[in-house]
Ligand binder design. Structure first.
Ligand SMILES: Nc1ncnc2c1ncn2[C@@H]1O[C@H](COP(=O)(O)OP(=O)(O)OP(=O)(O)O)[C@@H](O)[C@H]1O
Ligand SMILES: [Mg+2]
Length: 490
């Protein structure tokens, strides 16, 4: 009896072992068979029905499906290195899944990535899981040799290409192919944008875009202005950045125009930098006098990618946009040396006089690129005009829809002074109550630009300290007050 039980147990164990081996082997064998059939291209010889049966059997025993995303995507007969899908998937996997990967590859910055950024990705053979809407999928990283025959324009014998494999259960096919891969691309793209080195573009003398890395430390927290006004602008920018669906819903191109106006030195250009840093956009500056024609301007606008701030500074001096250029030049010359008309003097009389003979950009050309079809070529773009003279601009140029938000940059108020004193001297109203009260009183009576306030607060010698800098500011404000009084009584 005992020996019969032993035989039965042995048989049972053997039975289980055999089933286990079969369960492991059959799916593999079916997959291999299916791949071989495909590779040998014997489908036609064997007939469609046999192929169908093998495929069904393979699917039955092996429910695992996969998607391969390779570094070099074949596009017909051409190969594109650094294919965008691969880069997006790589960014996504590095960000979402690499926390669970055990072996990572660290690389220096490549392409548009910020120079000091370290890029982490999975080492070959690593596999990580990712969860999406309650479904778990698996990503693995691999490398394979490229062959010159397969890839005529890229690589050759001995070259390697990397690829990712995404594995998922066949019952999640629709979710993965329909939604998950789209989600991977979107998130990957966002991560790439966040990690990229931002650029400052300008137009060279041949009328082409050239760029430099955009690295400017000005942020909204250092911009001196009325805090309520600053908050309103930041909210407006955030609403724009997150407004893709809203713009789509109402059928508007995803763009917004800002008009910054005010005297020189009130922080218009500084505000543009703070905006670019806040939104993490590239900056494209256009000097209209160096653009030869409306067509050139249109072509430049079409080339601008999304997530961009397009800046046209001193719009009133750039071109004859109001039909009053003769008058403006005369006025500029008359006022050369006058601080208020510095733009007229420097830009209108020199650049415009020299360049407008070459430039044929007209008001209608500019209106067209700001709000016409060229503006709809890419999305998420902000266009900023700056001017010292709002009243000189054509109404059509600054109407809502073209310049949606008009922001006045004005003289330094007490709130702005407090922020500058904290940034430049590290002092506040508590530590320097008396000086702050004097400055507060004087700023109500005298207009002084933030640029002038900053100059007075700047340490200029080893003997300077917060007290001496504040005293210098009070002195400058008193002098300005006296000058203004003399002017008004004369
Ligand atoms: N509101 C501000 N907050 C902080 N810094 C400012 C502010 N306004 C001006 N500045 C400082 O003053 C300098 C001149 O400012 P900015 O170039 O932005 O003036 P602007 O209004 O563009 O003048 P312009 O009309 O001459 O172009 C900048 O270098 C900046 O550091
Ligand atoms: Mg400026």
């Amino acid at each position: 009896m005992e020996s019969a039980m032993k035989d039965f147990r042995k048989a049972l164990v053997w039975d289980h072992l055999t089933s286990a081996v079969l369960v492991i082997l059959i799916p593999g064998l079916c997959s291999v068979l299916w791949q071989q059939l495909q590779r040998l291209q014997v489908q036609r010889t064997l007939g469609r029905s046999l192929i169908r049966r093998v495929r069904r059997l393979a699917a039955f025993v092996d429910p695992d499906l996969s998607v391969t995303i390779a570094e070099h995507e074949s596009t017909g007969r051409m190969m594109r290195p650094g294919d965008v899908y691969y880069e997006e998937a790589k960014a996504y996997i590095s960000d979402s899944c690499s926390r669970t990967a055990r072996h990572l590859r660290a690389e220096g910055s490549r392409g548009d990535a910020a120079a000091d950024r370290l890029q982490l990705s999975m080492l070959d053979g690593e596999e990580v899981a990712d969860e999406f809407r309650g479904v778990t999928v698996f990503w693995s990283a691999h490398t394979r040799p490229t062959s010159r025959n397969n890839y005529p324009t890229y690589g050759g014998a001995g070259q390697q290409e990397r690829y990712f494999e995404l594995h998922y259960h066949r019952r999640h096919r629709e979710l993965v192919l329909g939604t998950y891969l789209y989600h991977v691309r979107q998130k990957g793209r966002d991560i790439m944008v966040k990690n990229r080195q931002r650029k400052l573009f300008s137009v060279d003398r041949h009328g082409r875009w050239i760029h430099l890395p955009f690295k400017h430390p000005m942020k909204f927290n250092k911009l001196a202005m009325d805090p309520a006004k600053k908050k309103e602008i930041m909210n407006d920018l955030d609403a724009f950045k997150n407004g893709k669906e809203r713009y789509e819903r109402v059928g508007k191109a995803w763009k917004r125009g800002y008009l910054l106006y005010g005297p020189p030195g009130t922080g218009k250009s500084t505000m543009i930098v703070a905006m670019a840093n806040h939104l993490e956009y590239d900056v494209y500056t256009i000097e209209l006098t160096s653009v030869k024609s409306n067509t050139d301007l249109q072509n430049l606008m079409i080339e601008i990618k999304s997530k961009a701030i397009i800046v046209i500074e001193d719009i009133d001096c750039s071109l004859d946009l109001t039909g009053a250029r003769g008058e403006k030049k005369k006025r500029a010359e008359d006022n050369a040396g006058n601080d208020d008309e510095k733009k007229g003097a420097s830009t209108a009389s020199n650049a415009a006089e020299a360049d407008t003979s070459r430039s044929k950009v007209t008001l209608s050309g500019l209106l067209n690129v700001v709000d016409g079809l060229p503006s709809a070529c890419s999305e998420e773009r902000i266009i900023v005009f700056t001017t010292n003279h709002l009243d000189k601009l054509d109404k059509a140029l600054i109407r809502r829809g073209r310049m949606d938000k008009h922001i006045e940059m004005s003289s330094c108020c007490f709130e702005a002074f407090k922020s500058l004193a904290a940034t430049h001297l590290g002092v506040d109203a508590e530590s320097h109550t008396k000086q702050f009260e004097t400055v507060q009183k004087l700023l109500v009576e005298v207009n002084m630009t933030p640029a002038d306030v900053i100059e007075n607060l700047t340490v200029k010698s080893l003997e300077d300290n917060p007290d001496s800098c504040l005293a210098a500011l009070v002195k400058a404000l008193e002098e300005a007050k006296e000058k203004a009084n003399r002017g008004s009584s004369a």
